[in-house]
Design a protein around this ligand. Structure first.
Ligand code: HEM
Length: 164
């Protein structure tokens, strides 16, 4: 068997996690070009913020907590009702890992494409940021490190929000 054939066989058998390939339980989305540039921000230099978030495991806990809070938050819960939470969980984890300086790549869509059908307002963004702060508090991330991540997300506002 060639290397390529062995690789495909291993992938099919689930022996290798394939970054960038959607998990089986995700819904398909329209084709797009995969690029770290889609994350909407360059990584924070160094790995101090990534470590402050407790690395990949901590970021996974933060994203699960954030999405639980958002779906229970009466201000924004309805916005998530029709969404593929498996995909959102995976791509958001990749995005925060990448932007915080971790050894990850972002494989999701750019922020404008991902949000353009949602009609989001600034109030929705403020609510989500508050839920993220609560999730980071639960993970015991220091305020200073929380703010370094939030400073990277704030400039995405024009791409995410359509109505002010
Ligand atoms: C800077 C702020 C934000 C970031 C970094 C962000 C990040 C992301 C990412 C990575 C995705 C997935 C992209 C993909 O599927 O390829 C996504 C989708 C989504 N986001 Fe955001 N988001 C932000 C703001 C918001 C806000 C304020 C809301 C609502 C309160 C929201 C609701 C959603 C929903 C519902 C989806 C799924 C859309 C679908 O099902 O196609 N996002 N976001």
């Amino acid at each position: 068997m060639t290397y390529r054939a062995r690789l495909f066989a291993a992938l099919a058998a689930g022996l290798i996690a394939a970054p960038g390939l959607a998990a089986a339980d995700e819904q398909p989305v329209a084709p797009y070009t995969v690029s770290d540039a889609n994350a909407g921000a360059a990584p924070i230099p160094g790995d101090a913020v990534y470590r402050a978030l407790h690395e990949r495991d901590g970021i996974e806990r933060i994203v699960i907590d954030l999405l639980d809070r958002a779906r229970a938050d009466p201000r924004i819960a309805d916005i998530f009702k029709a969404s593929d939470m498996e995909r959102l969980n995976r791509t958001l984890t990749e995005q925060i890992c990448y932007i915080s300086g971790g050894p990850c790549h972002y494989t999701g869509r750019d922020m404008k494409t991902a949000h353009h059908d949602l009609g989001l307002q600034n109030a929705d963004l403020n609510a989500l940021v508050e839920d993220l702060q609560l999730a980071m508090n639960d993970e015991k991330v220091a305020f200073h490190d929380q703010n370094r991540l939030l400073a990277k997300l704030a400039p995405m506002q024009p791409a995410v929000v359509q109505r002010r």
